[in-house]
Design a protein around this ligand. Sequence first.
Ligand code: MN
Length: 132
Amino acid sequence: MTATILLIEDNEKNRYLATFILEKRGYRVVQAEDGHLGLELARQINPDLILLDIQLPGMDGYTVARHISGDPLLAHIPIVAVTSYAMPGDRESVLAAGCRGYIEKPINPATFVGEVERHLPPHLRPEGAQSP
Ligand code: MN
């Protein structure tokens, strides 16, 4: 079984790159361009993992993470923040909001999948895939 990953990211280029890398690996990616849509989709599709941009228009990533981790139906889903280096809001605030981990932007195509898969159990990784 291959995981479904919900990608909440407002920047089109970042969405494209992350989706390209993850789909090439065999994941199903569902995109949301803002936090409200992200929350709605999380409830609809019950993804296996959520990649969450922190700087989002309207509802920021911290708020999205708090909503997800505070919702009994969603709290089991690992959230991994993807956010720019040297942005206000450090690793501790990201973790305090309910994220399990943190990937720095710009994402590194060579290491991105490995960083994501650290938060996915082996049975949810694509069949035959080796972690880089
Ligand atoms: Mn953003």
